[in-house]
Ligand binder design. Structure first.
Ligand code: NDP
Length: 348
């Protein structure tokens, strides 16, 4: 149980991993799946991506308990074409499916300059940065996207159609961590809107519409019978549409609206696809030194603020946390910790 005062539970990263692994195994995962998801969740806690850390564990468990996701799935990679790998996740979670496709994707990208991985029949309930950062650490420029559930209306509309549809991009650097961008294509992540509803504060205009299709600041009105909106009006809406096409139609998977129709609403992730693209900068022509050339842009960006530190590179917040949490551990809400302990007891 938690200490009561402040109602936070302090955990080392090792304890986070053990908690996640044991909970997943108790609820039907085999060791390989539990290990992959627990690694992913621990990395999220380590980097301060709390909304994709232990917070997600009850959702993973719900999808195991309802029988929607297969915790013992053995994902299969298929060599479809010289530049294409396909992984059939067999109704399993995305982290192990990515592991199955990662090596062939890297090998193909390095052999010919570019390759794409399509993961189908998977449940993606995580941040996207682990995929693209892993590829950038192999020296590759990477892009990834996945669709979700119908939460957002296209620009001009008021009916839920698109998911929160995240996109991620990573660029290796000659020294130091890759630059990694990872963002939902809705104006605000759904978890943030839920948090605002729970804490009783408004969200900015542009985040969503109420049930009458009117712009609202009320997060409850957005969540209960309204819709979320893509960021940046028709521009973000176009990027959400691209994600739906890339992670859906292009790889023979469902759109968010179809995932929503098929989902059993157990509170866990919905089934869908993920597309990952890898480009080898050394094979792009020129003098093969594109990665070094990128440094000039980053230098100018960091120098473009009114004061030092005003501009930062995407990913640097996470890397900052990564320095601290192996030493200091993390704190999670006590109620979440108690809920997970109950789940470690296994299905009721
Ligand atoms: P944020 O808006 O918090 O951040 C988006 C990106 O912008 C990050 O790369 C972040 O880097 C960067 N960034 C933020 N602030 C600044 C700044 N001031 N200067 C420079 N860069 C900045 O992310 P979202 O809320 O949109 O998404 C959160 C997560 O949710 C993502 O990991 C996404 O993959 C995940 N998600 C997953 C879904 C799924 O179904 N699996 C669905 C939807 C979202 P940094 O990390 O360093 O802050």
């Amino acid at each position: 149980m938690t200490d009561g005062a402040g109602n936070l539970k302090h955990l080392s990263l090792g304890e986070v991993h053990d908690l996640a692994f044991n909970c997943l195994v108790a609820n039907g995962c085999d060791d390989a799946n539990a290990q992959a998801v627990a690694d992913n969740m621990t990395a999220a806690e380590r980097d301060g991506s709390e909304s994709h850390g232990l917070f997600r564990l009850p959702g993973y468990v719900a999808s195991l308990q309802s029988g929607k996701a297969d915790g013992k799935a053995n994902p299969q990679a298929e060599d479809v074409a010289p530049g294409v790998v396909r992984v059939d996740a067999r109704n399993g979670f995305a982290p192990l499916a990515f592991e199955a496709g990662r090596k062939p994707l890297v090998a193909k990208a390095k052999a010919q300059g570019i390759a794409v991985l399509g993961i189908v029949r998977t449940f993606h309930f995580a941040a996207l940065w682990p995929e693209v950062e892993a590829l950038a650490r192999e020296g590759l420029v990477a892009f990834a996207c996945t669709s979700t559930m119908p939460f957002a209306a296209p620009a001009g509309g008021s009916k839920a159609l698109f998911g929160t549809d995240p996109v991620a991009f990573a660029w290796p650097r000659p020294d130091g961590h890759p630059v990694v961008v990872d963002m939902a294509t809705t104006a605000m992540a759904r978890g943030e809107v839920m948090l605002a509803a729970r804490e009783g504060h408004d969200v900015p205009l542009g985040v969503g519409l109420d049930g009458d299709g009117q712009p609202t600041r009320d997060p409850k009105a957005i969540l209960e019978d309204g819709v979320m909106l893509p960021f940046g009006g028709y521009k973000g809406s176009a990027i959400s549409m691209m994600v739906e096409l890339f992670a859906g139609a292009l790889i023979g998977e469902v759109f968010s609206f179809q995932a929503g129709e098929a989902d059993n609403r157990d509170g866990g992730p919905s089934r869908g696809g993920e597309l990952i693209l890898a480009i080898d900068p050394a094979r792009m022509g020129g003098d093969g030194d594109g990665i070094a050339l990128g440094e000039a842009l980053f230098e100018k960006m960091l120098d473009a603020g009114a004061a030092p530190g005003a501009v930062r590179l995407p990913g640097d917040r996470r890397y900052g946390n990564r320095e601290k949490t192996p030493r200091d551990g993390v704190a999670i809400p006590g109620a979440l910790y108690d809920r997970i302990l109950a789940l470690v007891g296994g299905p009721a």
